[in-house]
Design a protein around this ligand. Structure first.
Ligand code: NAD
Length: 488
């Protein structure tokens, strides 16, 4: 492909129609070749206000349906995702720059997320008990009202599906704010939800950047805010939304440590660690960032370098998101080298023939990184792995524990006892044993610890049911003759 397709100007989706809003527009660039492929509006508070009004208006009728009725939409929507799988994947590939295979995997994950949503009636059965003779207490899960979801650039299709199907199936109405860098996938989401029969106003899309995120945190008509993005912005959103007395879960950045022990299976470990650091060009919050090599692991490092050299930008490695991202990643590598680390595989200066203006960084393996170096502490968000050497497992776990983040951690070993120590002591929300990208599949929930997540619930799976509902507790007595003890 020499030049990617052009797409119509992105519009907000409010009350079932695409509307031209926003005072200004910015270009949407494809990272594959750096060219403009569309324009996206930078919406304002008044644009959001319209979307909130539509979502509020749609709420009574939508929430009055039974859960079994509401999930019918998602049976149909899931089929539409499957039917349009190729087009949706191509859109992700073009706007985000990941490989087409990775884009297919992203859409498949969205399909799985819908499958969880359609199973909600089997999971959300309410509780009832006769608490005194003739007196029953019951708890029902009720929707909150209008909820908002703010997404990052790295999964334009999947991250909105972390929240949208569950939130809407549970009876809420929603406003999605996609990343302004990758706004195209959300347009197709809106169109397909409409085709699936979702009533107007239940799902709305408002595009923009910082201004619209702040407006979401401030708007009195929005009950809950879910956010996925960098830690810096997650903190701002969590503080602002909760200050305005909203429920909030805000997922932030990551610095995932993979602890490799000398007994680890050679081929599997090397290929898993390299796949974890380089998949989606390292732009996954679950990507391996630091390999903590315990004791004698040179044979595994050599094999990792061999695996990394098989990865070719533009073939089995996508682009990073922007020119700024490419420069930032390359700067981290150079500064690590200047600080005394050794670059074993160097991805700086990658150029893809035919895509000379694309934003590519090759796979990079850096050895002899020390825990005090900037590259060991900060999120690089590129296809780069830093190797930190540890004399024993205790030291390795201490290195993992010292990270400010806590999204994922993993251990590679054939010893159950040693793996158990990492499971017990790693300070991260999602742990892998011989798994480089330990994303919990549905129905298990997704969410990190420490500076990787703010808020009590996880964002997907069973935990998200708590986030998107509130409990109604009812105490009932019909029989006037009932003998009650303290309550009558
Ligand atoms: P980002 O924080 O820059 O942007 C996320 C969202 O916040 C976007 O919609 C953006 O418009 C908005 N935003 C940006 N700056 C803002 C500001 N100053 N005030 C208010 N809103 C603002 O993140 P990104 O670069 O799009 O995504 C990459 C980051 O997301 C990485 O740090 C990655 O680790 C993280 N991420 C985390 C998870 C997770 O599950 N923990 C998942 C995916 C991505």
């Amino acid at each position: 492909m020499n030049s990617v397709a052009q797409f119509p100007e992105v519009k907000n989706y409010i009350n079932g129609s695409f509307e031209k809003n926003g005072n200004s527009h910015i270009d949407v660039l494809s990272p594959l070749d750096g060219k403009s492929i569309s324009k996206v509006p930078m919406s304002t508070y008044s644009d959001l206000d319209k979307a909130v009004a539509a979502a509020k208006k749609a709420f009574p009728a939508w929430s009055a349906l039974t859960l079994k009725e509401r999930v019918q939409i998602f049976f149909r929507y899931r089929q539409l995702l499957e039917k349009n799988r190729q087009e949706l994947a191509e859109l992700v590939h073009i706007e985000n720059g990941k490989t087409i295979e990775e884009a297919y995997a992203e859409v498949d994950k969205s399909i799985e997320l819908c499958e969880f949503a359609v199973s909600l009636p089997q999971i959300v059965s309410n509780e009832v008990q006769e608490v005194s003779r003739g007196v029953e207490c019951r708890i029902e899960k009720k929707p909150l009202g209008v909820v908002a979801s703010i997404a990052p650039f790295n999964f334009p299709n999947m991250v909105p599906h972390w929240t949208m199907p569950n939130a809407i199936a549970l009876g809420n109405t929603m406003i999605l704010k996609p990343s302004e860098i990758v706004p195209l996938s959300a347009v197709r989401m809106a169109e397909l939800l409409k085709e699936a029969g979702l009533p107007d106003g239940v799902f709305n899309v408002v595009n923009g950047g910082k201004e619209i995120v702040e407006a979401i945190c401030d708007h009195p008509g929005i009950e809950a805010v879910s956010f996925v993005g960098s830690t810096k912005v997650a903190k701002l959103v969590y503080q602002r939304a909760t200050h305005n007395l909203k429920r909030c879960v805000a997922l932030g950045g990551a610095k995932n440590h993979l602890i490799v022990l000398p007994d680890a299976h050679l081929e599997m470990t090397a290929s898993n660690v390299v796949a974890s650091m380089s998949g989606c060009a390292g732009q996954r919050c679950m990507a391996a960032a630091v390999m903590v090599g315990v004791d004698k692991v040179q044979h595994i490092i050599d094999k990792m370098c061999e695996e990394a050299r098989k990865i070719v930008p533009g073939k089995n490695l996508g682009s990073v998101i922007s020119k700024e991202a490419k420069e930032r990643i390359e700067r981290y590598i150079t500064e690590a080298e200047q600080a005394g680390a050794k670059v074993l595989v160097d991805g700086r200066g990658a150029v893809v023939p035919g895509h000379e203006n694309g934003f590519y960084v090759g796979p990079t393996v850096i050895d002899f990184v020390t825990p005090d170096m900037k590259i060991a502490k900060e999120e690089v968000f590129g296809p780069v792995i830093s190797i930190v050497r540890a004399k024993d497992l205790n030291e390795a776990i201490e290195i993992e524990n010292s990270s400010a983040y806590g999204n994922a951690a993993a251990v590679f070993t054939q010893s159950g006892g040693l793996a158990k120590q990492v499971i017990e002591r790693a300070s991260a929300g999602m742990i892998g044993v011989n798994v480089g990208v330990p994303v919990p599949r549905e129905p298990f929930s997704f969410g990190g610890w420490n500076e990787s997540k703010f808020g009590t619930c996880d964002i997907t799976g069973k935990s998200s049911i708590e986030f998107f509902t509130q409990n109604k507790k009812t105490t009932v007595k019909w029989n006037a003759e009932a003998k009650t003890n303290w309550m009558s």
